[in-house]
Design a binder for this molecule. Structure first.
Ligand code: F6P
Length: 323
């Protein structure tokens, strides 16, 4: 393989730049050329490719976002869009593609591979940590720490005013990020898509805390909670209890930006290099991951055919320590 492409797709995640850097420099070290594709699959369809070398990725390891930019591309969902992309890849003599993103991005990569025999290797980059085949996705650790910092700050003001706060955390259909924020931030309750107590049960938990001497409280609400977002939960609690004077904070896209943590940079370095080596070894239609400190490959299809669950013991731990 002489020339590969690299792109970032879907929601940006801190550490994606460190992954791009690792891809470019590993490929260069192995004697290959790299083209960066701008704005994810949109750039593939539009043919926005730029040659990259070791100096194109200088001083990006510590930057959030993605220097290649990203997009959620509708055209790529259609076979015609993928055919155009494949034709452009052939024109540029690109023989393999590294796709840094989440499960939506892997669907596109898988289809491109199946329909046009383009070897694609996925690198898990999303703050949601919702993909099987790796213990952690790039960006998750940074987002966790960012949301945690927000929770710590809210704790100060909640304590000062004896107030209850509902804090909404991202994660799409996964409660992983929210639950770990809750455990690390000492939340009184965590509501996730996987575990959402009925409102009377939540009220019971909050009363138990108050009766045990807690004057303030933080409830972490995953954005994908079936009870609705933090505002909806706060409203429902107010309608059914004496907890009337709560406040709501939506952490939102703050969680997506910022300087990647050391863990995310190290993970990105390792996964970016593994992805290039996987392509060189003739692998295709796989995602690279790190599990129990071992580098592992899993089929791209795993990302949408299996659901990443956080395991019941984590929610039990959250309850146990919230007393
Ligand atoms: O997948 C990453 C993520 O940040 C989710 O947590 C969130 O639901 C979604 O992206 C937000 O997407 P957008 O930036 O398009 O609003």
């Amino acid at each position: 393989m002489r020339r590969i492409g690299v792109l970032t797709s879907g929601g940006d995640a801190p550490g994606m730049n460190a992954a791009i850097r690792a891809v470019v420099r590993t490929a260069y070290a192995r004697g290959m050329e790299v083209f960066g594709v701008e704005r994810g699959f949109q750039g593939l369809v539009d043919g926005v490719f730029r040659p990259m070398g070791p100096r194109s990725v200088s001083s990006v390891i510590n930057r959030g976002g993605t220097i290649l930019r990203t997009a959620r591309c509708k055209a790529f969902l259609a076979p015609e869009g993928r055919a155009e992309a494949a034709a452009l890849l052939r024109q540029y003599e690109i023989e393999g593609l590294v796709v840094i993103g989440g499960d939506g991005s892997y669907r596109g990569a898988h289809a491109l591979g199946v329909e046009h025999s383009m070897p694609c290797v996925g690198v898990p980059g999303t703050i949601d940590n919702d993909i099987n085949g790796t213990d952690s996705t790039i960006g998750y650790d940074t987002a966790l720490n960012t949301a945690l910092e927000a929770i710590d700050r809210i704790r100060d003001t909640a304590d000062s005013h004896d107030r209850l706060f509902f804090v909404e955390v991202m994660g799409r259909e996964s409660g992983y990020l929210a639950l770990m924020c809750g455990i690390a931030g000492g939340a009184e309750a965590v509501i996730t898509p996987e575990d959402a107590p009925p409102i009377p049960e939540l009220v019971k938990q909050l009363r138990a805390g108050r009766d045990a001497g807690k004057r303030s409280g933080i409830v972490v609400v995953a954005e994908g909670s079936p009870l609705g977002g933090a505002q909806a939960v706060a409203d429902a609690v107010a309608a059914q209890s004496e907890f009337q004077d709560s406040r709501v904070v939506v952490a939102g896209h703050l969680q997506r930006g910022g300087v990647p943590t050391a863990s995310d940079r190290i993970l990105a370095a390792r996964l970016g290099a593994s992805a290039v080596d996987a392509l060189l070894a003739g692998e295709a239609d796989v995602m690279v991951g790190v599990s129990h400190n071992e580098s592992v490959l899993s089929p791209l299809t795993t990302a949408w055919e299996t659901e990443r669950r956080y395991g019941k013991t984590w929610m039990d731990l959250s309850h146990l320590l919230a007393t």
